[in-house]
Ligand binder design. Sequence first.
Ligand SMILES: [Zn+2]
Length: 94
Amino acid sequence: MPWCEDCSKFWTPTSMNRDGTCPTCGRQIGEPAKVPWHFKLLVIATVLYLGFRAWQGFVLAEEHGVLVYVLAALAVLGVGAWGLVRRRQRSGAA
Ligand SMILES: [Zn+2]
């Protein structure tokens, strides 16, 4: 378990900052947290699967002649999400 001399305190790997520094004083007290390879594999597989399903959805929408509406709905959702992210960033920085 990593020990911080300045704070005289033990930190568990999950309570440290992700870069391995002390949450209180910012000293380097441990190894930076590494992302396990199987987690990256899971993310890649998920992105590939969801991308494939999205592509299937676009093909289906085109076959039924509603692709324009799907794209319009996605644009509205995208603008809404972008607005939420911007508002959260502004309130978080203040
Ligand atoms: Zn410390």
